[in-house]
Design a protein around this ligand. Sequence first.
Ligand SMILES: O=C[C@H](O)[C@H](O)[C@H](O)COP(=O)(O)O
Length: 224
Amino acid sequence: MNDKQAVALEAASYVKHDMIVGLGTGSTANYFIEALAARQQQSQLRVATVASSNISMIKAQSVGLTVLSLSQLSQIDLYVDGADEITPDNALLKGRGYDLVMEKLLAKAAKQFIVVADRSKLVERIGSQYPIPIEVMPFAWQAAKRSIEAVGGVGELRQNAAKDGLCVTSHGSLVLDMRFDANLDADQLNALLNNIPGVVEHGIFAKLATTILIADQGKIESRI
Ligand SMILES: O=C[C@H](O)[C@H](O)[C@H](O)COP(=O)(O)O
């Protein structure tokens, strides 16, 4: 079992009967979906889920989990998702898979938000490994980019993998991948980006995680 599987299995043990569970997106979240489905098959546990992306919804349905729509709910019990970066003060960078809107809605709607990661995700500073993904309304991308550049951001619209088109999110937004001055911390960047018109959502998740589980060579450390 690799570290992503181990930490996903640990997170599945937090799930209790009758919970509504938010499902993240990515390889670690996929392991959690599998672990949750296995728990449901092996025990009396019955849960309902809400997916943060179409791909997670399809994965969850394929392993027999019930998937609800967030439009039916204002709160969920638990959300489990991975992260691209985790800082010492527990801020997260997310969005390499660019389903930011649902991911942040679920993180906020959850009574408990458990982040699952291996130790490769630990960083000293937000944005040190990846640019900050910023979802923008398509018609506002130029205006939003200019506002972001005015606070020191440098970057471009994200292209698709074949580099012959732009990435478009599940909600029809474009994504700007932007780098910022190293002196700006996660809280400052969060406040700056929250204040820019045309920005739909961005990948800084500050003060949202209630538990962070880090796997390192089979051992799980729990933070917060
Ligand atoms: O949008 C993607 C999410 O933020 C993922 O949770 C993040 O990219 C981590 O992915 P993985 O578990 O595959 O390392």
